[in-house]
Design a protein around this ligand. Sequence first.
Ligand code: KIV
Ligand code: ZN
Length: 511
Amino acid sequence: MAERVYIFDTTLRDGEQSPGASMTQAEKIDLAKQLESLGVDIIEAGFPAASEGDFEAVRMIARQVRGVSVAGLARAVKSDIDRAFEAIKEAANPRIHTFISTSDLHMKHKLRKSPQEVADMAAAAVAHAASLTKNVEFSAEDASRSDWEFLAHITERTIDAGATTINIPDTVGYAQPFEFAELIAYLLAKVPNAGRAIFSVHCHNDLGLGTANTLAALHAGARQAEVTLCGIGERAGNAALEEVVMALHTRGSLYNLETGVKAERIFRSCRRLSKIIGLQIPKYKAIVGGNAFAHEAGIHQDGMLKNRLTYEIMTPESIGRASEDSEIVLGKHSGRHALVTKIEALGYVLDDKQTTAVFEAVKALADKKKHVSVEDLEALVLEELYRGQEDAFELRRLSVMCGNMDLPPTAAVVLRVKGEQEDRKLADFGIGPVDAAFNVINKITGRKPQLKLFNINAISGGADAQGEVTVILEEDGLRAVGASLDEDIIGACAKAYLKALNRLEFRKENK
Ligand code: KIV
Ligand code: ZN
């Protein structure tokens, strides 16, 4: 019988700390629902003491996502723990995740506390958390650079104080797989009450070893893996959920460990994350990248034709890929019922009004490009799902001339500004048509953000493909991503730019 490994997903907390990956409350709730349907065991929904926005998002997730445990992060201080519990208390199975640094370096320079003081704080924090919920996780931050004996001591004390999960993070991605496995084996053997807690690992990817360290620790006896979709997270990111799960799956007889993740929902979950944060999955990303199942070399293609096993260690179908990828799903004459079935199969739930809006958008697109692919459909669904009700700026009209020898590129924009009766109108020039559109939007809104990223991608093959545009803007120390798609590429650029601008406004208001 395979032993169970618990999957603790921290995409919404550590993942959100990834530059450019911040999400609105509605997006967090949507992603949490996707994670629930993916079959993770615990969702770390955020760090409630960090901000009002974080608190609210965690609370909404705790209320709405009932099929998994919801965790809130807290430093090892009473006020953080109380705040975290306040946010998660309505969850079906609330978990408080409290942490403190245990390495000499962190204790001396960051905390300015002695090991004894740190151990006392950790035990007191866990005892307080345990008085609020039976589900308490303690993390020894920077564990992989901590003194092993001290780590064993603090582990024993926190288990005695009521911790049911002990997390050993490789906070700075410093550990090597064989060494990290040894540390887990040491703690399991040395800590007298180790049998009363589940041992967990949380590995960062600074040396590209996040997944390798996680797997080595699981092999050595850890039974919880802390991961994120696509490996997003602080700095170089965290161990990727899809890599850890598929390694256990593909090498099942080696590990003899199983998770509750429904592997066939992995691809759609990663794609959903990518659409939400507006950052593309790199083509070479293991498991979910565009090239992960592409065979280029002739010798490989020949082998694949003879027997797929020659070069394929897992199938695209096993992560739910081939059935959804670029398949043509809907045409001009498709009915609403076919659309609803397809939307549900992709894992989205829309109300009647949203379904009608998507149906109309699909028809309009099918008029222009005959067939609508799953990617087109998903983009339209997400566009509808995240349509900002309270957006500060709304694009009403856009006309762009690319320019020639006589006239520089020109854009004319009509914009609705929240709270104003009259639309604002302006036309101006730019270096190119996109620059002209961005320039006019800046002038009309009175904003001058820095353009940090501008990316255009054709989302399905063919000259009639929709252009998917991602824009990252920065202003007053705040960053926001906007993504949009349209068969009119300049239109997609303007919409993406405005989305990022709207998010910046939202962020400023909620700072
Ligand atoms: O990397 C880390 O140590 C963390 C802890 C808060 C678990 O994210
Ligand atoms: Zn981390």
